[in-house]
Write a protein that binds this ligand. Structure first.
Ligand code: ADP
Ligand code: ZN
Length: 708
């Protein structure tokens, strides 16, 4: 593969458009690229999906030699390199899975300047022989991906990463860029010092992933709720995180029974099964993965449309990282956390048993997580404040923002429930307790003699269903506990005594405002845009991806397909305007995708529909058949002025229309002069028409004005 160069592609933005097909940089990307190209060591902290890759890939393209990318994820290298090839960027990976012969070929390519990026694992990088090779190669930049692995504070510590400082001593003049999605300050500091960086520029991007919706649902009937959620999202990919290996297996089995394409994944699986499952998910052959948190580190899939937490995570870092695997392509994605106080209790028990050295810290982190789940204020504000980032306004994309809660002082209500519970010996389950509170004369109440307890009927003013709702809220916040081992009797939770005797106040939410376990069908913007055309494009993408033996999102991301379905380009130039269509992909796949769009648009017009821009498209069809402006005007019974306006607009929106060929050069010159002399006030051509004595029709005037 040769390196595509052009005198035009010079600024970083030109590279972005040409190789990736994107029109604009995301926040910070351009400044990071400038910093690196200027030779400065650079540290980048950006959330998953923020767009870290282009931050070192574009410098790699702009600088003369090869960029060496250090990545711990050998399994990912192949996909990353394939994705680069699809964008027309010459790249290779170098690791122990290759034969000596293959490695020599790569070295040769590198030495002959044929590669722009070389991916290598830290183990390989740190060998004597590889250093010797690097000394001969023209290295322009070292990029350290997943740089938090260097820090023993972090959760992915890799001892080999601490050796990477030798790069600086052996190649003092080669700049280094370190990238990570981990936000914490200790790690940030560790990265710069351990790599021996020289006065690095540090970029901390916002951790606000606006395309992720946030939602917390009560943890009852999870399977039922999940089924409903998934029925609303047919054929989309997602991850369900579970606490235990066993529950990943049983949940996957239940979903399969219901006809969903689901599989499970956890660390104790046979490695072969594990990588097969992962591969099937990447290739969209399996849609749903029920997994423990072992799943995800090596997953670079951009079209994960939703992440569900079956159980609450232990802390916000983990939660943030896991939901971050959704929506990396920037399109809307949904995240749902099921929350019940029982999960908190389980963690607390586990912590108490293991009593780790930093027990206090872990409990504090657990509490922050619980605050997120319990919140009656914007959840994104809580999430971001954890990462020391302020969001001045509520986000509008979390369940609390969409459905604001009104709370009231529910302390007395809680006390009534607790008192009835205690007076019946903490032996009755929820429905019976409600009957007692409401003064029911049911057989069960009378037989148990519960009509004799002091709080009998103390809550008769509250409806049965509302009591259920309040009791669930009290369970979720830890005032009441369910004794799963004792016929689901309700008993005192850890906050019970404080509510009864300690003056602790309890805020409750009116049942109408509380998060509802039944998931209502709400179609989000993206779902409605997923129309017929989108589905056709998606089917083609899958077919092309299977042919090329790569994951579907490597061909085009969901955002790109959405944009295509919206813009409905029918020519290569117009397709180029779609975000995510770079030159190489246009060349490789443009025709196939255009064919689908063109026949779709034709079908719609024939069916008598008037899709937006259809009159222009009719003009375009006739133009493509070789008709002149006059002929089109006659055929369509329009003025030449209107037809010319269509063609000028089509050309402006990227359709390949050779305006100049529609008018003879002498006429064009004369009209141009007239326009420049008389001027066109607010685009009006009448004065020009008059100036020329009516010798040229409005069609020609419009054309020349368009060419100007
Ligand atoms: P990270 O490594 O930070 O998790 P990636 O580099 O994989 O993120 O980028 C995530 C997605 O965003 C990819 O699909 C990438 O092509 C896309 N992307 C990156 N930069 C831009 C941009 N400027 N405009 C649109 N999409 C972008
Ligand atoms: Zn919000």
């Amino acid at each position: 593969m040769s390196i595509a160069t052009s005198s035009r592609a010079q600024t970083p933005a030109d590279y972005l458009k040409r190789y990736y097909g994107y029109d604009r940089f995301r926040p910070m990307q351009e400044a990071i690229i400038q910093s690196i190209v200027g030779g400065r060591d650079t540290v980048v902290l950006m959330p998953t999906g923020g767009g870290k890759s282009v931050c070192f890939q574009i410098p790699a393209l702009m600088m003369p030699g090869v960029t060496v990318v250090v990545s711990p994820l050998i399994a990912l290298m192949k996909d990353q390199v394939e994705a680069l090839h699809m964008n027309g960027i010459p790249a290779a990976f170098y690791n122990s899975t290759q034969t000596a012969r293959e490695q020599r070929d790569i070295e040769d390519d590198c030495l002959r300047g044929k590669l722009k990026l070389l991916y290598v694992s830290p183990e390989k990088l740190l060998t004597e022989s590889f250093f010797n090779f690097l000394q001969r190669a023209n290295v322009s930049l070292f990029a350290i991906d997943e740089a938090h692995c260097i820090s023993s504070w972090g959760h992915d510590f890799r001892p080999e990463y601490t050796q990477l400082h030798v790069l600086k001593s052996k190649f003092p003049n080669v700049p280094t860029i370190a990238l990570t999605a981990t936000a914490d300050k200790l790690t940030r500091h560790d990265i710069a010092t351990q790599l021996g960086m020289n006065d690095p520029a540090v970029f901390v991007a916002s951790f606000n992933r606006t395309n992720l919706s946030l939602q917390v649902l009560p943890g009852q009937n999870r399977i039922q709720q999940i089924t409903k959620l998934l029925q609303q999202k047919p054929d989309t990919s997602g991850i369900i995180y579970c606490l235990s290996r066993k529950s990943t297996e049983s949940l996957a089995a239940k979903l399969q029974e219901k006809g969903f394409s689901a599989a499970f994944y956890h660390a104790k699986m046979d490695p072969g099964d594990r990588s097969r499952t992962q591969e099937a998910f990447l290739r969209d052959d399996v849609r749903i993965i029920c997994a423990t948190i072992a799943f995800g580190m090596g997953i670079d899939k951009s079209n994960v449309r939703w992440v569900i937490h079956y159980n609450m995570p232990k802390n916000i870092e983990g939660f943030y990282q896991e939901i971050g695997r959704a929506g990396r392509d920037g399109a809307a994605a949904q995240t749902v956390l099921f929350y019940s106080f029982a999960d908190v209790a389980t963690y607390k028990e586990m912590l108490a048993e293991n009593s780790p050295a930093n027990l206090g810290l872990q409990l504090a982190k657990l509490e922050r997580m619980q605050q997120y789940a319990d919140a009656h204020t914007c959840r994104r504000q809580i999430l971001l404040s954890y990462f020391s980032e302020e969001l001045p306004e509520p986000c509008g994309n979390c369940d609390v923002c969409r459905d604001p809660r009104v709370t009231f002082d529910g302390t007395i209500l809680a006390q009534k429930a607790l008192s009835a519970m205690i007076r019946t010996g903490e032996r009755v389950p929820m429905n019976l307790l409600i009957d007692i509170l409401r003064g029911s004369r049911s057989q069960q109440v009378l037989q148990g003699g519960y009509d004799q307890v002091k709080t009998y009927g103390a809550g008769r003013d509250i409806r049965f269903e509302d009591w259920r709702n309040y009791l669930h809220q009290l369970i979720n916040i830890g005032v009441i506990e369910v004794a799963y081992d004792n016929h689901y009797a309700l008993r005192r939770g850890i906050l019970a005594d404080q509510v009864l005797y300690g003056g602790r106040k309890i805020d409750l939410v009116r049942p109408d405002d509380a998060p509802k376990p039944v998931v209502e069908k709400t179609r989000t913007k993206t779902e409605t845009q997923r129309d017929e055309l989108f589905e056709q494009l998606r089917a083609l993408r899958k077919q092309v991806a299977d042919q090329q033996n790569v994951p579907a999102y490597v061909i085009f991301t969901d955002t790109t397909l959405e944009d295509m379905a919206r813009q409905r380009p029918t020519t290569p130039d117009a397709l180029r305007n779609v975000s995510g269509v770079g030159e190489r992909k246009l060349q490789l796949f443009g025709k196939q995708f255009l064919d689908i769009i063109v026949s779709y648009v034709r079908g719609r017009v024939q069916a008598g529909e008037k899709p937006k821009g259809s009159t222009q498209l009719t003009t375009l069809e006739l133009y493509n058949q070789g008709l002149s402006i006059e002929e089109i005007a006659t055929e369509r019974q329009l003025t030449t002025g209107s037809v010319a306006t269509h063609l000028v607009q089509l050309s402006k929106s990227g359709y390949s229309i050779d305006l100049a060929s529609l008018i003879n050069p002498n006429e064009r010159q004369e009209i141009e002069k007239a326009i420049l002399t008389v001027g066109m006030e607010e685009g009006r051509l009448k004065p020009v028409f008059d100036y020329l004595g009516g010798r040229y029709d409005y069609g020609k005037l419009t054309l020349v004005a368009g060419l100007l």
